[in-house]
Design a protein. Structure first.
Length: 236
């Protein structure tokens, strides 16, 4: 038999029998209940009346969280969403941290390039292509450091596929990816060969979208093969 009783300080509501709930009704309509397992449920909870610290809550049991990621702060968050345009899905974007590198925040785009632009601007200010190259008016499209003595050899480079030695002090650098046009800006610097007392210089001989040919000279006249030659290219 279910009972309501009181002692010195406690009011006891007892639902007698196995798996029986204590139910709270208003005008014959259930508003809340306490199950035999101790779970409390309610049709509404006034959050403004809650005070104090909440107990530990398992996230696995939470449902109906807001979609806005700013309302769900996490220690190491990964926010994933579908990037779309005109209603068609075009890739998956993720913002996340890693346990091994918690000081860095990563941006991942699953398909195509990662593009950045100013709000309401039709032109991209910066792009990171799938092959890792950065495209902008402030990043070098090509750079190369090579040894011009003997057989020309690349020490290190970016967006360079090969170097052709056309003869003494005459080189062609071929790009891995073409420039947008031939109106780019190229800068060439070289160090004179060991023991050479001349002053090193360079002259551009031919410019193409996929390569540049130049000569390295001593005192602006005699060609020479420099120990160190540097090429830097900016443009579209």
């Amino acid at each position: 038999m279910s009972t309501i009783k009181s002692s010195d300080e406690h009011l006891t509501l007892n639902a007698d029998g196995s798996s029986k709930d204590i139910k709270f009704q208003a005008n014959g309509v259930e508003k809340a209940s306490i199950s035999s397992a101790g779970a409390f449920t309610s049709t509404t909870i006034d959050a403004t009346k809650l005070t104090g610290n909440l107990p530990a809550i398992s996230g696995a049991s939470l449902t109906g969280l807001p979609a806005d990621a700013t309302k769900a702060p996490l220690a190491n968050p990964t926010f994933t969403g579908t990037v779309s345009k005109s209603g068609s899905s075009s890739g998956t974007a993720k913002i996340f941290k890693t346990a091994s590198d918690a000081s860095e925040i990563y941006l991942y785009i699953g398909t195509g390039a990662t593009k950045f632009r100013k709000q309401d601007d039709s032109a991209n200010t910066f792009e990171i292509l799938p092959d890792g190259r950065g495209k902008s008016q402030f990043t070098a499209k090509v750079w190369c450091n090579f040894d011009g003595t003997g057989t020309a050899a690349i020490r290190d480079s970016h967006n360079v596929s090969s170097i052709t030695d056309n003869g003494t002090g005459d080189f062609t650098v071929t790009f891995s990816n073409n420039m947008g046009n031939t109106n780019y800006c190229a800068s060439i610097g070289n160090y004179r060969s060991t023991g050479d007392t001349g002053i090193g210089g360079s002259n551009i001989m031919a410019i193409a979208v996929g390569s540049i040919r130049f000569e390295t000279v001593r005192d602006a006249s005699t060609k020479m093969n420099p120990n160190f030659c540097n090429l830097l290219v900016f443009g579209d």
